[in-house]
Design a protein. Structure first.
Lengths: 329, 325
């Protein structure tokens, strides 16, 4: 349990955001089933506490970057459900005008430097964003997310080395949902505790209960403070779990129903709800109303996406270069 | 005009731009305290300090990506590769991130970055250190690829590359760093995508770029002694390519030879030949011929290096083939 007490508004915001993400992802899966959404779709269900606990602990000027399981982060920084759903539909009103798709959400105006499709490719980018902030003395911290699979990429090791050497204001957050697609952590490494990898670079590193908003918040707050004070990066291993397959095409045969059940019993949304009710921050009825609001937003997002236009063919040659470019025809 | 070395022309371009734009940094292996593996950045640490001239560990994937991230967030990094052979361990960051960020983000995030360093062979360095990837990078939308052949072009084009809001690959040559040439006294820039007519001629169009312009120039001289007038075109950039310049020349000469250091398959010369048959088919009096390195890795032994690299004689023979003489 948390030693720090959080305010009523923080709990209610955690609850709102996590419910929104959970419902959005549920709806995404449903629309994927109806073939309204195509391509790869990686759902964040189960991991919501990681981003919710982050958002309450960071400052407005801070930056976020993550991998391809990126819908939750986008919703968290304030990209509307409409823009997110429209992007999944490949519509012109999506958060990247239908160009990025599920794996490549961006919102520059909200300091969201994207979802990135190549495993581990965003790790050096996160350090680079931090380098620019340090250079420009912006007092901003970059939060760079990755999955447990990305920890095995060389990009992580090269970046950790330089981020420590230059004391960059970046916090590396591995969302260890225990499976790199269908391969468990145990089957890919001798070092099961991912956070220990940070110690090779003398980077402050610790394991965190990623199913608990309070624990996430505390660790992020501490790491952000360290980064802002010029003491460099932190590596946080958020132990979490995804309820769905790696992507929609993954039936998840590599794990047992019992395992999934045990994590669902530790559900981050359920836990926050218990606390809210116990502390009398809201009644069941009020929480139901809050849930219904999120339902409505998600339902509206589907309607918005359905009614939005597809990008026109001439968009293909736009946004490729800044300025004019003589494309081959 | 004044005379400088090729490395000095490149250095001057970086220095001049860095003096007026604080957002420019230079990162790479040995660029700071060692003064550059090839002394291109000599004196820059003293002038700009360690905040802006940054030595990196041997981590091309890491520092390439850190450069891209910094470019996404307001800086204009220049990333130096000791050679583009080493860029391959970090090419993911160039192809998947630098080249695609602007497009994938729907125009929200630009990546103003220059990746520069030497390309091509440089003596008996063996297979891994003697490669040309101009066509690899040129194949990728989102990038611009500049390959200067002389001091004046190097300075003017690099200044433009640094000011460009798109990622630019800027490919130099170890063997050219000591080469001297004249550059204007006053400040100047050159546009990316405009070829240069190195020498006017009427019998054949000879197209090349980068270090191999020396071979092309020597071939042009040799041909002239035999009464053959070659028009020599320096592409200067291979993405975009100034096809019009080549096509206009072929309209005059009706014959064309393309010379480059890369391997033949899917090379810049293949591209030129394809585009010219499309643009000026009716003007061509002979199939376009190309002179490239052979379709094998470079080897170490001097005899094999000599056998590998195209030379003046090969170019002269190719010209004679298209002239049916």
């Amino acid at each position: 349990m948390s030693k720090v007490s959080h305010s009523k508004s923080t709990y209610l915001e955690w609850y709102r955001l996590m419910v929104l993400i959970r419902k959005f992802e549920l709806k995404s899966a449903q629309m994927y089933g109806q073939q309204k959404i195509r391509g790869f779709l990686h759902l964040y269900s189960g991991q919501e506490a990681v981003i919710a606990g982050t958002m309450s602990a960071i400052e407005k000027q801070d930056k976020l970057i993550t991998a391809y399981r990126d819908h939750g982060h986008a919703l968290a920084v304030g990209v509307s459900a409409n823009e997110c759903m429209a992007e999944l539909y490949g519509k012109a009103t999506g958060c990247t005008k239908g160009k990025g798709g599920s794996m490549h959400f961006f919102a520059a105006d909200k300091n969201y430097f994207g979802g990135h499709g190549i495993v581990g490719g965003q790790i050096p980018l996160g350090a680079g964003i931090a380098l620019a902030d340090k250079y420009q003395e912006n007092n901003a911290v970059t939060f760079c997310y990755m999955g447990d699979g990305a920890v095995r990429q060389g990009a992580l090791h090269e970046t950790f080395n330089m981020a420590m050497l230059w004391k960059l204001p970046v916090v590396f957050v591995v969302e260890n949902n225990q499976y790199a697609m269908g391969t468990s952590v145990e089957r890919t490494t001798n070092v099961l505790d991912l956070y220990k990898i940070g110690s090779a670079y003398e980077m402050p590193s610790e394991p965190i209960d990623g199913m608990d908003c309070e624990a996430v918040h505390e660790s992020i707050e501490k790491a952000a403070k360290r980064a802002r004070e010029g003491d460099g990066p932190t590596f946080l291993e958020m132990k979490t779990y995804r309820y769905r397959g790696h992507s929609m095409s993954d039936p998840g045969h590599y794990r047992t129903k019992e395992e999934l059940k045990s994590f669902r019993e530790d559900d981050p949304i359920g836990k926050v709800k218990v606390t809210i009710l116990k502390k009398k921050y809201a009644t069941e009825k009020e929480l139901t109303a809050l849930e219904n609001e999120q339902d409505k937003l998600v339902e509206e997002s589907v309607e918005f996406a359905e009614n939005s236009p597809y990008p026109s063919a001439d968009e293909l040659h736009k946004d490729v270069y800044v300025g004019d470019y003589p494309f081959l025809k | 005009m004044r005379t400088v070395q090729f490395r000095e022309a490149i250095r001057e371009a970086m220095q001049e731009e860095m003096r007026v734009d604080d957002s420019i940094i230079l990162m790479g292996e040995e660029v700071a305290e060692y003064n550059g593996a090839y002394k291109v950045s000599k004196g820059m640490l003293d002038e700009f300090g360690e905040k802006r001239i940054i030595d990196t560990p041997i981590s091309e994937l890491g520092f390439g990506g850190i450069g891209v991230g910094a470019a996404m967030n307001g800086l204009r990094p220049i990333i130096e590769y000791m050679t583009f052979n080493f860029s391959l361990v970090g090419i993911d960051q160039i192809i998947n991130n630098a080249a695609k960020m602007y497009s994938m983000s729907g125009g929200q995030i630009k990546v103003p970055i220059v990746f520069r360093g030497p390309t091509g062979s440089a003596g008996q360095l063996g297979a891994t250190h003697s490669q040309n990837f101009e066509n690899w990078f040129a194949n990728t939308p989102g990038l611009k690829v500049v390959v200067p052949s002389n001091c004046a072009d190097a300075k003017g084009l690099l200044k433009t590359a640094i000011r460009d809001d798109n990622p630019v690959i800027f490919m130099e040559s170890e063997q050219m760093y000591g080469m001297k040439g004249e550059i204007p006294e006053i400040e100047y820039t050159l546009p990316i995508g405009k070829a240069r007519i190195d020498q006017e001629g009427s019998d054949v169009t000879l197209v090349s770029f980068g270090k191999f312009m020396r071979i092309a120039e020597n071939a042009t001289k040799a041909l002239s002694e035999e009464g053959i007038s070659a028009e020599l075109i320096d592409l200067r950039s291979v993405r975009p390519i100034d096809y019009e310049a080549v096509a206009n020349s072929i309209k005059k000469t009706n014959r064309c030879v393309v010379l480059e250091e890369a391997w033949p398959l899917a090379s810049i010369s293949s591209e030129i030949a394809y585009m010219m048959q499309e643009m000026v088919f009716d003007y061509l009096d002979a199939p376009i011929k190309r002179v490239t390195s052979p379709d094998v890795p470079m080897a170490y032994a001097q005899t094999l290096v000599d056998a590998y690299l195209p030379d003046t004689k090969e170019v002269v023979e190719a010209v004679k083939t298209v002239l049916y003489s």
